[in-house]
Design a protein around this ligand. Structure first.
Ligand code: CDP
Length: 241
């Protein structure tokens, strides 16, 4: 059984998908974390990530790191991203209070939600080389298991034959409020207006890109979560099964 949950940033996909996965004993796959992991690697190889110094561990072969950097400097971004994808493997590990994301042997979970990754991920996610590689990986991880997967293109591209497709929406303001609360919990400050602008920018990039844009699959059930609690959203989804 495959449940596909798509929707824009902050629509509540990952929170609700995690709860459903634990209730139904399904595997939860956060595809956004995979796009973030590639983006982090891309930034890290260029030493653009403040205070993190692990590029030698992310891709241990010096020659390959050099080749990737020279492709970036030559503005051959497609080639550079293709080389990154060929040289990393992304995996998840469940722990007691969450899920860790690894690139090769490195736990990148502490870094992939940082502002710099968030600011760059939609751009990196628009490259065909990255999407083809990750979609392939997503299908492999899901093979032979009951899965709930969230993202932007799960019901349209990754699993067009999913047993259940859900498309979550909410206004930019509601989503910015949610993000603000998440950031407050992490002790980070942000302005509401800035978050609204960031979300609107990411929505635009995700919905207008050529490769697998964010759109509702024709046969997906749309749920507007503006006025709903997480439990209400979860119950609505489960009632569709
Ligand atoms: O958690 P949040 O909703 O902020 O985003 P995410 O799910 O972590 O995804 C980060 C970014 O990855 C999105 O804004 C998309 O640009 C990209 N993404 C995608 O293109 N396709 C997916 N299936 C999942 C994420």
């Amino acid at each position: 059984m495959i449940i596909a949950v798509d929707g824009p940033a902050g629509s509540g996909k990952s929170t609700v998908a995690k709860i459903i996965a634990s209730e139904l004993d399904y595997l939860y796959i956060d595809t956004g974390a995979m796009y973030r992991a590639v983006t982090f690697t891309w930034l890290q190889l260029q030493e653009l990530v403040p205070d993190v110094n692990i590029e030698e561990k992310l891709i241990p072969e010096k020659d390959i790191r050099r080749k990737i950097l020279s492709e970036i400097l030559g503005k051959h971004h497609e080639k550079a991203l293709q080389l990154i994808c060929e040289n990393i493997s992304i995996r998840f590990q469940n722990i007691e209070n969450g899920i860790l994301t690894f690139v090769n042997s490195i736990d990148v979970s502490p870094y992939i939600r940082s502002t710099i990754v968030t600011q760059n991920v939609s751009h990196i996610a628009s490259y065909r080389e990255v999407r083809e590689y990750l979609v392939d990986e997503q299908r492999k991880i899901a093979e032979g298991t009951d899965v709930i997967m969230d993202g932007r293109d799960i019901g349209t591209v990754v699993f067009p034959n999913a047993n259940l497709k859900v498309f979550l929406t909410a206004s930019v303001e509601t989503r910015a409020e949610r993000r603000l609360k998440d950031l407050e919990k992490l002790g980070e400050k942000a302005s509401f207006e800035e978050l609204c602008a960031q979300l609107a920018r990411r929505d635009h990039l995700d919905s207008t890109r050529e490769e697998s844009p964010l759109i509702k699959a024709e046969d997906a059930t749309e749920i507007n979560t503006d006025e709903l609690s997480i439990i209400e959203v979860k119950d609505k989804i489960l009632s569709c099964l």
